[in-house]
Design a protein around this ligand. Structure first.
Ligand code: ZN
Length: 490
């Protein structure tokens, strides 16, 4: 799973212990499987999902509908659940992933194609999460409703002839505020019900469902560890995302804050006017949960960025927050901007997104955050021309052309350290001069842009990986057969 990749680096010790654990786990699984007979059922929803729902908020008229499959496997006689999905996890990346909940306090990331699995044990929220995912299957939801005497907390359910017809809940999105989330089920064909998922009156997923009974062998295999090897163990508190901020100095007044959450880092430049930060982070809303799960670690819309600001206050005591540069409008990069406004920072954004962000971030009802408590509001400044802040320790916020990822983006150039920070258009997994598989279009575009706009000695840092890339290597990427082929095809 993408967001977990970075956390696994350095877990070699766990890999080496796998032999010893294998026996324990095989035994445990055999014991817990019980005698055969009970049914294991897979329910899959296949359709078109608008991934823009996650990050576009109120931006009207832009749809990013993409083929998506969500499957949930459940058992008649137990609470174990497997969730599988495939589709786009962001505008550049097709992916598929699976998460199993094999016990009440265990979450396992299933890596069938690339074992071992990753397992979080002692996760307090695992059982509740498994239950929310299990409700994707409308028959399981109906069973649960009956067993609970017709009431499930935070879900408003309407039945039609004993079948689930409407399920209404609410969720808070960074750029939408708190809005209704509604599942509607249609049963013209009882074996293949149709679902539509609506967020704030916008249909974001239309799909049809099918059930399949798993044969005993397949059902048993489902709970076995991928490749028959012991999983990498990850600490319980790292599920679903780890917030463990630490400072990586690049020079005397330029640093990265790594571990803002799993797979997210941010550039900070201490100019003589105050700190300039790249991006204002916020978490996801998981729509395959009923009700949708809260944002990262229950931190709400602004909590993650408020935590980043607290970290900066401890690291650079007394330094004012001069500005936050939102590299692009996706809510995992821009959704925490209210926290920066509350701390007195100017909010800078790409020109084509500034109005949208300005409206969205001040939306009523406001999330219960520091900005709401102070009665302040967000005013977003569009950056259409290069904007330099500071003279002795300058940073330049640089508009980039429209990228395939999202439209206008900003890069943040720490001039003394000669580090150029970007989000989502360049996420190298290592130091090889090639675009990342599955994201060639966007990464080749950026390699070409960097070649034309940045000096050869500048190094590019990015929001999602620890690798920095010299522009000289980006030139090699731009000249690679893959990228040249894409340019020629355009
Ligand atoms: Zn993005």
């Amino acid at each position: 799973m993408r967001r977990l990749g970075s956390m696994l680096v350095g877990n070699e010790a766990a890999r080496r212990r796998r032999g010893a654990r294998l026996l324990t786990w095989t035994t445990a699984l055999l014991l817990s499987a019980g005698p055969g007979g009970a049914r294991t059922t897979e329910f899959c929803l296949e359709g078109l999902f608008d991934i823009g729902v996650r990050h576009q908020g109120l931006r009207a008229g832009v749809s990013e509908r993409t083929p998506t499959t969500w499957c949930v496997v459940t058992e008649d006689d137990g609470d174990r659940v497997v969730y599988r999905a495939s589709g786009k996890v962001n505008p550049d990346l097709d992916d598929s992933w699976a998460v199993a909940y094999p016990a009440a306090d265990v979450v396992r990331i299933v890596n069938r194609d690339d074992p071992p699995d990753v397992e979080f044990r002692g996760v307090e929220v695992a059982a509740a999460e498994a239950r929310r995912v299990r409700r994707l299957d409308p028959r399981r939801l109906a069973e649960e409703l009956e067993s609970r005497g017709g009431v499930i907390p935070d879900l408003d359910i309407e039945l039609d002839a004993g079948r689930i017809a409407w399920v209404t809940s609410r969720a808070s999105f960074p750029l939408r505020g708190e809005v209704p989330v509604v599942w509607r089920w249609r049963w013209d064909d009882p074996a293949a019900p149709r679902a539509s998922l609506t967020v704030e009156s916008e249909v974001v997923f239309e799909a049809s469902g099918r059930w399949r009974e798993l044969a005993a062998e397949e059902a048993t295999a489902l709970w076995q560890l991928s490749g028959g090897v012991a999983p990498i163990e990850a600490p319980a508190e790292q599920w679903p995302a780890r917030v463990a901020m630490r400072r990586i100095d690049l020079d005397a007044h330029t640093f990265l804050v790594r571990g803002v959450r799993t797979g997210f880092q941010h550039l900070v430049v201490d100019t003589e006017q105050g700190l300039v930060v790249a991006d204002a982070p916020a978490g996801w809303v998981e729509l395959h949960h009923l009700p949708p799960r809260d944002l990262v670690g229950g931190l709400g819309v602004s909590g993650l960025s408020e935590g980043l600001i607290d970290f900066l206050e401890a690291e650079a005591p007394g330094r004012p927050l001069r500005a936050v540069a939102l590299t692009h409008f996706h809510d995992d990069h821009a959704g925490g901007a209210r926290a920066f406004a509350a701390a007195g920072a100017e909010v800078l954004a790409p020109a084509d997104a500034a109005d949208f962000l300005d409206r969205s971030l001040d939306r009523a009802p406001a999330p219960p955050d520091r900005l709401a408590r102070s009665g302040g509001e967000v005013s977003v400044r569009a950056v259409a021309e290069p904007l330099t802040i500071g003279e002795r320790r300058p940073v330049t916020v640089l508009p980039m052309d429209a990228s395939p990822h999202v439209g206008d983006q900003l890069g943040v150039w720490a001039r003394d350290a000669d580090i150029f920070f970007v989000s989502d258009v360049h996420v190298p997994v290592d130091e090889e001069p090639r675009p990342r598989t599955g994201r060639e279009r966007t990464e080749c575009w950026f390699a070409g842009w960097a070649t034309g706009h940045l000096g050869p000695n500048t190094r590019v840092a990015n929001s999602h990986s620890a690798v920095t890339t010299p522009v000289s290597r980006l030139r090699e990427i731009a000249a690679s057969p893959t990228c040249r082929g894409l340019t020629a095809a355009r």
